[in-house]
Design a protein around this ligand. Structure first.
Ligand code: TRP
Ligand code: MN
Length: 454
């Protein structure tokens, strides 16, 4: 059977909303199928080439952004702040690792969430669970929780506007290396007990000054003021993805492309190899992320790879491991060993967020920065002992000064969680927690590459 953007409809799917009015869904899908693509096939191919480098240890992935983007918190300043922090992290990582950092946002399309329960009960009232702004509204009342297909169009439009701004930022001056580094110096001045980070920052300053003395400045060298920034989200709403899947006729590598983002990933809850989500992802040319949780069996992973990447193409698959800070030691080695035996080409990426979610004593869903770092550290150690390569990190973060995760140099305590807890889903690192982690991960990559382990 030949693959088509709609082949997934012949398979079982889970985690997709049920709409009250099917005809309205059909008309929205038809509208979306005439909308311009958000990304271009050539960019997708460029990302794939970079990912092939990461697979061999010659580049490293930094993927980050909101757990769920939201309609109500959509603002130019919000996008700018997250973009800024991601670039600051990228500079720190580039310096520490001495290899290119592939910058991928969880942005411009990250609106749909799988949920553990279809319904939510508060004070005896049962309503459909909130599934992300592209499906329904977070507010707890009947109309708000009703899935509305118009939200697919609204999500597309917000994605287009977001991507437009990101493209302007990436090429129009906001990615200027000197500027980005100045913001980091500003952060260090405002944060106590950051001497060890300051030392790295000073060395970056020295390198920039050295280049300047040699005549290499952001005005003379475009590479110093511009960057490539890619987008990604979980491919959950297959009818949305289908409508934006287009056949490329311009680039040399023909075929079907998801044009809603450069990279799509499949979640831990929808990655059944004989279901619709994997069927959809198996037919597109885009690189694909597969979330690997502790329940993933090693042989199921091989089946998944056979389906998603039958030609074992390099740069095609990123395995985004989200095991938990201790479980990673037990589960990751099994997966790695089996991948080696089967000779599969994959890039290993660490998501230290999703396996470390806890409930604070005051009821907030949160994560400890220390546990997040611990998982990354263990991820590196496992790769060291298996002789494989840590290829990237995946964070839920924001540039805003939220109080959702515990710890950090500007310590967020349990009693602070309530003051700026704004997430629409999981707790995110704030700007300063994100930068701290970048400094620490940068050290890990450096030691790993120098053969010192971590
Ligand atoms: N163009 C290079 C890159 O993208 C260097 C660079 C310019 C950069 N601006 C940046 C790196 C901002 C990180 C962040 O890697
Ligand atoms: Mn999440």
């Amino acid at each position: 059977m030949t693959w088509k953007p709609n082949s997934w409809r012949n398979y079982p799917v889970v985690q997709m909303p049920t709409y009250p009015d099917e005809s309205k869904v059909n008309s929205v899908e038809a509208k979306l199928s005439f909308k311009p693509p958000l990304v271009f096939a050539g960019e997708v191919q460029a990302l794939k080439k970079s990912l092939a480098l990461a697979e061999k240890g010659n580049a490293f992935i930094l993927q980050g952004g909101d757990c769920a983007e939201s309609f109500s918190q959509f603002s130019a300043n919000g996008i700018r702040d997250t973009f800024k922090v991601l670039l600051q992290m990228a500079v720190i990582l580039t310096y520490g690792s001495s290899i290119p950092i592939i910058k991928i946002g969880r942005i411009a399309g990250q609106f749909a969430k799988p949920r553990s329960s279809d319904v939510e009960i508060i004070d005896g009232i049962e309503l459909p669970s909130y599934r992300g702004d592209m499906i329904n509204d977070m507010e707890f009342n009947k109309t708000a929780r009703q899935p509305d297909p118009q939200r697919l169009i609204d999500g597309y439009e917000q994605s287009a506007a977001t991507l437009n701004l990101i493209r302007a930022f990436a090429q129009g001056g906001m990615a200027n290396l000197e500027k980005v580094h100045e913001w980091t110096l500003g952060f260090l001045n405002d944060t106590p007990e950051t001497d060890k980070y300051r030392e790295i920052a000073n060395r970056i300053s020295e390198s920039l000054n050295f280049m300047k003395a040699c005549g290499l400045t952001s005005s003379s060298v475009p590479q110093l003021r511009e960057t490539d920034f890619f987008t990604s989200h979980e491919a959950l709403l297959l009818n949305y993805e289908e409508a934006l899947t287009r056949e490329d006729t311009i680039t040399a590598e023909k075929g079907w492309y998801a044009t809603s983002a450069h990279l799509l990933w499949v979640g831990d809850r929808t990655r059944q190899f004989d279901h619709g989500h994997i069927e959809y992802l198996s037919g597109i040319q885009n690189p694909v992320g597969i979330k690997c949780g502790p329940s993933l069996e090693k042989d199921d992973l091989i089946r998944l790879l056979d389906k998603v990447n039958p030609n074992n193409e390099s740069g095609k698959v990123v395995l985004i491991c989200r095991m938990g800070s201790e479980k990673v030691n037990e589960h990751l080695p099994k997966l790695i060993k089996n991948i080696k035996v089967n000779g599969k080409n994959v890039t290993w990426c660490c998501d230290p967020m999703h396996g470390n979610t806890i409930k604070a004593s005051n009821g907030y869903k949160t994560r400890r920065v220390a546990e997040i770092l611990n998982e990354v550290n263990n991820f590196f150690l496992v790769h060291k002992s298996e002789g494989t390569l840590p290829g990237g990190v995946h964070f839920e973060m924001t540039g805003s000064n939220v109080t959702e995760c515990l710890g950090g140099a500007n310590e967020v305590k349990e009693s602070d969680l309530g003051s700026r807890y704004h997430t629409h889903c999981d707790p995110r690192l704030n700007g300063s927690q994100s930068l701290e982690l970048a400094f620490l991960v940068s050290d890990l990559i450096k030691s790993f590459r120098n053969g010192k382990g971590s």
